[in-house]
Write a protein that binds this ligand. Sequence first.
Ligand code: ADP
Ligand code: MG
Length: 287
Amino acid sequence: STPAAITSGLAAATRQGALIKGGAALEQLALVNTIALDKTGTLTEGKPEVTDTVLLADVPIEQVLAMAAAVEAGSHHPLAKAIIAAAAAHPPLTADRRKALAGVGVEGWVNDKHVLVAAPKHLPKNALTPSSVAQISALESVGKTVVVVLEEQRVLGLLAMQDRLREDAVSALAELKNLGIETVMLTGDNPLAARSIAERLGIDFKAGLLPADKVQAVAELGQHRVTAMVGDGINDAPAMKAARIGIAMGSGTDVALETADAALTHNRLSGLAHMIRLSRATRANIR
Ligand code: ADP
Ligand code: MG
């Protein structure tokens, strides 16, 4: 292979929002025929906002928000940032022994009481009343992510959050389709919200995936397809590693940016099609 072709391919990619880490990654990219993408922070902006609060106990909503924000403190998850922002207007509480439960939620102790903020489906059976379950489904059906706030296993309330699609998500996926590449969205979010978002994007999806499930989904694709995985490193870094090519969002975590084979600078999803085109052209040049 000619180093000059590779060098100029890498440089051209960089100008178009795609950072490719070396000739080996460039060559592999030319073979990719399937791209799996994380939802939150990848296809969406990863800046959700709390849109609805539902009180389910005799506690002021400000207190429910403050408790949730206390256990979310220190979490880099986009949902954590949304909850902390929503609680910012109220006097803060602090939590001890905070712990992230990957793909599930967070927990901690506020005033020596156990506080859990988690996805509804990970709660014990019968934790929610049928009417709460119906409220959650209604919120999820319009693309919102709902978390439940519990104190000592007592449900205090629901927080619904909504994120925006990246403005170039639809066009970037269309470009990949034109290149003959299959795409699938992998998400830990609930199936109803995932469907609502996937329909807007026109993409297949798998929902309710824990980080290990994302790894398995990528491994299964990899048995028959040359698969790249695009993520922001929050709950999806292992899946990025499991793929033939891992692609990090430019705003991704340090771990994601370090382990990835390529990155989308300025979070430009359109960089994906550029990467593929350049890698194919470079491959043609050096053969
Ligand atoms: P995605 O695949 O969309 O990037 P994640 O795997 O990061 O989603 O998270 C999956 C689900 O786990 C979220 O939709 C949420 O219900 C729950 N979750 C994860 N982290 C948190 C957190 N810090 N606070 C509340 N809920 C969380
Ligand atoms: Mg994510």
